[in-house]
Design a protein around this ligand. Sequence first.
Ligand code: 5GP
Ligand code: ZN
Length: 139
Amino acid sequence: MNTDPDCIFCKIIAGEIPSFKIHEDSETFAFMDINPANEGHALVIPKEHARDVYSVSDSAISATVKTAKKIAAAVDKTLNPDGLNLLQCNGPAAAQSVMHFHMHVLPRRNGDDLKLNWGLEAGDMDAIGQLAERIRDNL
Ligand code: 5GP
Ligand code: ZN
């Protein structure tokens, strides 16, 4: 399995850096975020090192999403939040700070005002349609 000796999350998986582990299986690892955006903020990572959504393997991302579902249910049962985001960031503009693919399991509270929501404002339908075509062309 591909790992990176300089990667902080690979070190957490290897036990070289301590973590509050929630779950581990052959493909994934889940642990508490030590800078929680909200109480119960957890992270789920594939054991295989990959930087982002562009490079993660199909099997690693599938296993990670499956584990995130399991962790989300456990967090929901434990804390009974008002909502929960599954969030995944790629690149600096998307606020990715650790370059090992990960999913945030982020419980939400009414009015917590976390800065990752946006209001609904109707877009330009012609522009949206054209963009859909350009993206389809790149599939
Ligand atoms: P990103 O900003 O890349 O989407 O998320 C990285 C997350 O990893 C952040 O929420 C940050 O708090 C968390 N993090 C960074 N270093 C460590 C660490 O050493 N241990 C744990 N448990 N979380 C970490
Ligand atoms: Zn890594």
